[in-house]
Design a protein around this ligand. Structure first.
Ligand code: ZN
Length: 267
């Protein structure tokens, strides 16, 4: 019924319980999950999980918070060869998680930009959508999306102004919302999620991160919380579960064309 469009299912937090976690999410109504890589170190893991677990799809990319200390050219070559190997794999659906992080202070900005541009170049070359990390970097990332003429993908955990949101939507991108919208104090995100065109939204948990309001601080998030997060979104928009689920499903397939070749158009 729901697609968790961003979950770090390979994270060590899930090592002891992974099979159970996925069963629990499926039982709660999560039909599929998308797992982005963060570094060449986990390319093989996310791919292996996609083989092992049903309806688990993966992206390949290097996250801006993981770029420090990586050998630049070698890492991009590793990504490129992993992408070449995965192009015939119908579980492989995007380049990600890539982007810029303007919040962390210990990751060199020029290095982040170098990795982003190299990876957008690969996305362009293979005509793949992107899964984007845009924390405090919405405008900066959009500049590079334009440079490489990127027209498909998801800006995950979106948090920006309406103007910034529409700039992404007009480029053809979708915006990911998750547990943050369950907090009443998150006024701007709730306004965005309520008022932006429904066709531009997708939903995610970002588990084990971004716990929704009903978890205690420091508790891990899990994919099985996605339907309850969606329930909050349905309430905010005054929509039935069914209408919201069908729309978000379709939006996700629109954002990720390779997924649309594998999953049915109707839930
Ligand atoms: Zn992430």
């Amino acid at each position: 019924m729901w697609i968790d469009t961003h979950v770090h299912f390979d994270a060590p937090e899930f090592d002891a319980t992974r099979a159970n976690d996925w069963t629990r999410a499926r039982d709660a109504g999560v039909s599929a999950q998308i797992v982005p890589a963060v570094s060449p170190d986990n390319f093989e893991t996310v791919r292996a999980h996609s083989v092992q677990f049903s309806n688990t799809f993966y992206a390949l990319g290097i996250h801006p918070m993981y770029v420090m200390g990586l050998p630049k050219k070698v890492s991009i070559e590793l990504l490129r060869s992993a992408v070449v190997r995965s192009m015939n794999d119908d579980k492989f659906i995007a380049i990600g998680e890539i982007g810029l992080d303007g919040f962390v202070s210990d990751v060199d900005w020029d290095t982040q930009v170098w990795f982003l541009r190299e990876q957008l170049n690969i996305a362009r070359e293979f005509d793949l959508p992107v899964l984007l990390h845009v924390r405090r970097s919405v405008d900066k990332v959009s500049k590079y999306l334009r440079e490489f003429n990127i027209q498909k993908g998801i800006a995950h955990a979106f948090n920006g102004s309406f103007e910034q949101a529409y700039a992404y939507i007009e480029m053809g991108l979708h915006l990911g919302f998750g547990g943050t919208l369950t907090f009443e104090r998150a006024r701007q995100i709730r306004r965005l999620a309520s008022e932006l065109p429904l066709s531009s939204l997708v939903i995610e948990t970002d588990a084990p991160d971004i716990p929704p309001t009903w978890l205690n601080a420091g508790e891990h998030n899990y994919s099985h919380h996605l339907p309850r997060i969606a329930h909050t979104l349905a309430e905010l928009r005054g929509l039935s579960h069914e209408v919201l689920a069908q729309s978000l499903w379709q939006n996700t397939l629109n954002a990720l064309p390779r997924l649309a070749q594998v999953l049915p158009a109707d839930i």
